[in-house]
Write a protein that binds this ligand. Structure first.
Ligand SMILES: C[S@@+](CC[C@H](N)C(=O)[O-])C[C@H]1O[C@@H](n2cnc3c(N)ncnc32)[C@H](O)[C@@H]1O
Length: 230
């Protein structure tokens, strides 16, 4: 296993994510992610972040209203929701394939201003019926979809759910980022690749490279991008 491929959350040089079972070909993704959230304390997860400044830099550029509908894609148990609530955003949606993760999140943040949707982005059902959103935020989720058909499903859903004038914030492994995460292959991106995937209706507002420091101290390069639907 080469550097950047290892996924032991406690090891140095590990990948960005927790890895409940690195050798196993994961066929049941829901079980895979439920296990990651069941077996590891939230703050030990390889993707746990406390510095949300790159996300807020892009949110501030968008000047999105406090009552805008903001969906956090593959939210897991992220503290981004806590921070958005502290800033008085009132219409938040957290979605994830892992009901365990969303349960942890809901117990922490409550459901007054947050709704929770358990669904699979590669085969969405509930999300298909959701009303349009003003902001789509994805940190470290899209890069898990290595199959063209899954990427197509993801971007079809995104294009159909982001309102005109709405924003898309994508933060994914950069081209020099890790090749595997949580024992799963990933697809790495740069700004041009994300722009091409979104298509001509999405205009780039800003993008930058950012190096995330894992709880283990290892570094993981990301690309952060903000697009607006025109
Ligand atoms: C690396 S974690 C990132 C979590 C969160 N975005 C954050 O930044 O803390 C990836 C997340 O994507 C979710 N996920 C993976 N595959 C998914 C799918 N097919 N549909 C929905 N969520 C998925 C996982 O359950 C996990 O919570």
């Amino acid at each position: 296993m080469s550097e950047g491929d290892s996924c032991d959350i406690t090891a140095k040089n590990s990948c960005c994510c927790s890895n409940p079972n690195p050798e196993k070909e994961t066929t049941d993704l829901k079980a895979h992610w439920d296990k990651a959230y069941t077996n590891n304390p939230h703050e030990k997860l390889g993707w746990f972040e406390t510095d949300l400044s790159p996300t807020f830099k892009l949110l501030n550029i968008s000047k999105i209203a406090k009552n805008a509908r903001i969906i956090n894609i593959g939210a897991g148990s992220t503290v981004l929701i806590d921070e958005l609530l502290k800033l008085n955003y009132t219409q938040l949606i957290a979605t994830d394939i892992s009901a365990v993760a969303l349960d942890i999140l809901e117990k922490r943040v409550g459901n007054e201003h947050v709704s929770f949707i358990t669904d699979d982005l590669t085969n969405p059902t509930v999300l298909k019926d959701m009303d349009a959103v003003d902001m789509w935020i994805d940190r470290a989720v899209l890069h898990f979809f290595t199959e063209e058909k899954d990427q197509q499903t993801y971007f079809d859903l995104l294009r159909s759910k982001v309102s005109k004038g709405g924003f898309v914030l994508l933060a994914e492994f950069a081209l020099d980022g890790a090749k595997k995460c949580s024992g799963l292959d990933v697809c790495r991106y740069d700004t041009a690749m994300l722009s091409k995937k979104l298509g001509k209706d999405f205009e780039l507002q800003d993008s930058f490279e950012y190096t995330y420091t894992m709880p283990s101290g290892d570094l993981r390069p990301y690309i952060y991008t903000l697009f607006q639907k025109i």
